[in-house]
Design a protein. Sequence first.
Lengths: 306, 285
Amino acid sequence: MKTSNTVQPGPDWAIQIHGLTKAYGKVRALRGIDLQVQRGEIFGFLGPNGAGKTTTIRCLLDMIRPDGGKALLLGLNPQAEPVAVQARTGYLPGEMQYYDNFTVERQLRFFSDMRNGRVEWRYVGELAERLSLDMKLQIKNLSKGNKQKIGVVQALMHRPELLLLDEPTSGLDPLMQQEVMNLLRQANTDGTTIFFSSHIMSEVESVAARVAIIRAGEIVEVAETSSLTRRTLNRLTVRFKRPVEIGELSSQPGVQILSQDGGNLITLQVAGDMEPIVRALGSLPVLDLETERPSLEEVFMTYYQK
Amino acid sequence: MNRLWTTFRYTFLSLLGQVLGWGSGLAVYGLLIVAMYEKMGAQKEQLEQLIAGYPPEFLAFFGGDANSLLTPAGFLGMYAFSMMPVIVGIFAVIVGSGLIANDEERGRLDLILAHPIGRNAFFWGRSLGVLTAASAILFLGWLGFCLLLGSSSLGFTWGEMALPFLSLFAQTLVYTTLALLLSMLLPSRSLAAMTSGVVMVASYFISSLAFLDEKMEAVSKLMPYHYFQMTLSFNEVNLAWLFGLLAAGLVMTGIAWLRFIRRDIRLSGEGSWRLPFLQKSHKVY
């Protein structure tokens, strides 16, 4: 790996990525990723299929070798010390396949053995129970959702310091999605750093403190989830006591009139700071005011429409 | 060491069914062949007439001529050992090509290697597992050939009967490691299995044809089968041939290992029949 040595291991960082590049032939999957994830945080990694989420995660686990740049996990270089990194990390791949002739229990014991048996089997049982996963079933008879549950259990079973999850709730029904999110929150409370990719905005929004948005192999935004949804677009619906002249409102910076109903009811979209529009509204006979925050999905789409 | 042992244990256990299947098959075949020799001995005159009627090209494929086939070593060579590298080679090619590529193409390797095993321990654990499985198959086969030796007029001891199996082990190692190496170099497991299978069959035919046509001799020297000491080894083992094959197997394993520890692990569905230079588009995840 051609690396720059600008990344110094720091005790506060669970993941440090600098200038990570990877190409598959002529396709540049990663174009210089820079990212830092603090220890103890839940970090969402957003992007549509093909944006480079899985490639990034697989580089972090030494499944694929980057062409350039450097990554550190828990202060360790995964290319130089893969076993040390993997011992402290839990991984849930995006697509999972198991040995079809194994039972769930045998498959999980296999994963436990791959960790030198350093797994508390009672905890495995608890995880399986919370996810309603029958350990006696043969894997070839399992649905996609149940196979996903095995993946979740094996990722959590050794209480890792860092979890790398690629679409963790894929294939699960809404109740189980909720339960998996609860497990992740609990693991995080116990000190586990969680880095997970997803394209389900609501789940990222509900658990992640910070998010990064990746587009065509480049990070286009890293921000706190709340600030990301706050700072971009806001929608205002204003009802006036009597019809008003909207010229002053529409001339405010970042304001766009979305609809107007006889001058008494106006819907506006405000980009950025709300202060100018609030000042302008102060001089008008406002009867009622409703603000609506955009979902993370809407924010996400603004990056993809750029 | 624990990591290597765990991988070895799982690999060998996953091959246990094949060990029992192939091993018991060879053992039963051995029992039948040794028992059949006594029957053949009782009908020696008819057998001589029958063999005299065979075309020499046919006999050459079984590694002998009309005279040698009536000796105990010639009999075993013709009826038991001449085809053995091809028969056991089928196991070698299937298992060797799938040793790592099978899990990789089915999308399991990603998750396995995310555990603290390490590519080195994983590779050598699996390689030792398949080596042990091949040894166990040949051991069971050897037992089958030996069990009736005491009551047979073949005149071989158990130790002497082990010698062609040593050579057979070297053949098996070469085809297993060739298939393993090709699975690391070629874009799919099936392509690796097919290529190593073609090499194995071509090796058998070219080496057999070399008995008839001296012009084939030079080519046959490049083929593993040329160095198979089926019944020659009853008299004297050619250690240079034996260790030469073992060394070739080790070299191929070493190259496969270097390739494995340096390359990207593919995701499920990335293996294909297309060669890299023919690929027009790449999947990005």
